[in-house]
Design a binder for this molecule. Structure first.
Ligand code: SF4
Length: 244
């Protein structure tokens, strides 16, 4: 619902981005693989680390030279090949269903045409594929095609709530839409990259490093963490008039 997707940020998003670019360095977009490779790789990253997914993706590409061969592969054998990516028994049939649907819609294993569509149309095309949600679609569009889609991963979701870019009750699907609209289109990729860097390096899940954070003076959560991690002040017990 539209009303749920409105949120007034507690700090100016572009100021946040300026500070983070200064802190971590600006990263120019360049495609890292084809759109279809990116889509299927991103499916492999679901519920696992990028490094595990990379091992699975490399093994799959090595064993099956084309996407047509992946589609026709024995599903159990495919699952064994991508086992290191986790949830292999679910991901193997999902990959094949996606390939089957792309072949049905386009007649080939190629989705580069999405880069010529308006963002919403491209997103809808992807999210109507089996097992493709908003995050997988946004990663594909942003990383392979340079479109202004904002993938929200666990780091961005956490940091966004702490800084007040989204509310504590915003769900992750709405966070994609809200955060995507917070900076100009040409800065969305950088917004994504910088917030991930910030979540990994400084605004960590368990113990954020607020005292060395470039956003400390802006962040509404900083005082709460400062109080929570303040060293307890022990009074040294006095015995016989002398400190122990
Ligand atoms: S001040 Fe602390 S909580 Fe706020 S963004 Fe920085 S590290 Fe995260």
């Amino acid at each position: 619902m539209k009303t749920k997707r409105r949120h007034t940020p507690r700090v100016p998003p572009e100021l946040v981005l300026d500070r983070l670019e200064q802190a971590y360095g600006y990263e120019e977009w360049s495609p890292r693989m084809t759109a279809l490779d990116e889509l299927l790789f991103t499916v492999l990253t679901q519920h696992t680390s990028d490094s595990n997914a990379e091992v699975a993706f490399t093994a799959m590409r090595k064993r099956y030279p084309t996407w047509g061969v992946v589609l026709e592969a024995d599903t159990k054998e495919l699952a064994n090949t991508i086992r290191s990516g986790g949830l292999a028994n679910q991901k193997a049939p999902r990959l094949q269903l996606i390939l089957m649907e792309i072949l049905r819609r386009k007649g080939e294993f190629n989705i580069e045409f999405l880069g010529d569509l308006p963002l919403e149309e491209a997103r809808t095309w992807l999210t109507t594929l089996p097992g493709v949600g908003p995050k997988t679609a946004a990663v594909t569009l942003a990383f392979s095609l340079g479109m202004p889609a904002m993938p929200v991963d666990t780091h961005i979701y956490r940091v966004g709530k702490r800084i007040g870019l989204i509310s504590m009750t915003t769900n992750v699907d709405d966070a994609h839409v809200i955060m995507e609209a917070q900076v100009p289109k040409e800065r969305v990729y950088s917004y994504h990259v910088q917030l991930i860097a910030h979540g990994r390096q400084t605004c960590k899940a368990i113990r954020p490093l607020c005292d060395r954070c470039a956003l400390q003076d802006l962040c509404p959560s900083a005082p709460t963490f400062a109080a929570a991690f303040e060293k307890p002040k022990f009074k040294r017990p006095i015995r016989s008039g002398k400190p122990l």
